[in-house]
Design a protein around this ligand. Structure first.
Ligand code: C5P
Length: 222
């Protein structure tokens, strides 16, 4: 039985992590949230009062930083040097600054290297922005998930309500648009559908429909 490398890319809040976790569980694969890695180094840079454009300082910090995951459902736990940061890396402050740090080439180089190391033996579902194009160009299956801005903002709004975060729907729409723009216009490995990726528009689909679709695509390739 073949242990596949599966890449799931797409814009912010398109439902990547939700379906990636379900699919990973179906096949007993590991799930790797690469966005959490960019969020973790952004969080740590903010904590250390480092200017977020100071590439050398941040990369120096990253070299001294261990980012680890422990599986869990529905949330995977994230740790920076052993300290749990699962919720902290989802704050509005980190969310609105992560694209700046993720645009720094040396940061990408280091995190891509770590991601490739984790994925090298297969049996992995990795979600992000550049997995199909840069991290795993030879992935066995590449999915590109999209959804309308309206739908994505509404999903974020509901998630925020549960967490007690109060940001208006209008603000969320703007945040999503700004982040998508930055992620798709940076110089190094911008958000882009890989040529051989299968695009799925999740706007009017349920989580189950999307995860079933991806699971059946995996079965065909095993
Ligand atoms: O997936 P998530 O929304 O948590 O990602 C947070 C941010 O990390 C993205 O907006 C993007 O700037 C960056 N990112 C990236 N490349 C990836 C994953 C995330 O640049 N593979």
């Amino acid at each position: 039985k073949k242990e596949l490398q599966v890449a799931i890319d797409g814009p912010a809040s398109a439902g990547k992590s939700t379906v990636a976790k379900i699919v990973a569980k179906n096949f007993n694969y590991i799930y790797v949230d690469t966005g959490a890695m960019y969020r973790s180094i952004t969080y740590k840079a903010i904590q250390n009062n480092i200017n977020l454009n100071d590439e050398n300082k941040i990369v120096e910090l990253l070299h001294k930083t261990k980012i680890t995951f422990t599986p869990g459902n529905p949330v995977q736990h994230v740790f920076i040097d052993g300290e749990e940061v699962t919720d902290k890396i989802r704050s509005e402050k980190v969310t609105n600054n992560v694209s700046t740090v993720a645009a720094l080439p040396l940061i990408r180089r280091e995190l891509v290297k770590r991601q490739q190391e984790i994925a090298k033996d297969g049996g992995v579902i990795m979600d992000g922005r550049d997995i199909g194009t840069t991290v795993l160009p030879n992935a066995d299956l590449k999915i590109f998930l999209i959804a309308s801005v309206k739908e994505r903002a509404e999903r974020r709004y509901i998630e925020n309500q549960k967490k007690g975060i109060n940001v208006t729907l209008e603000e969320l729409k703007k945040e999503i648009e700004v982040r998508d723009y930055k992620d798709s216009h940076r110089k190094v490995s911008p958000l882009k559908k890989a040529k051989d990726a299968i695009e799925i528009d999740t706007t009017s689909l349920s989580i189950e429909q999307v995860s079933d679709k991806i699971s059946s695509l995996i079965k065909k390739r095993i």
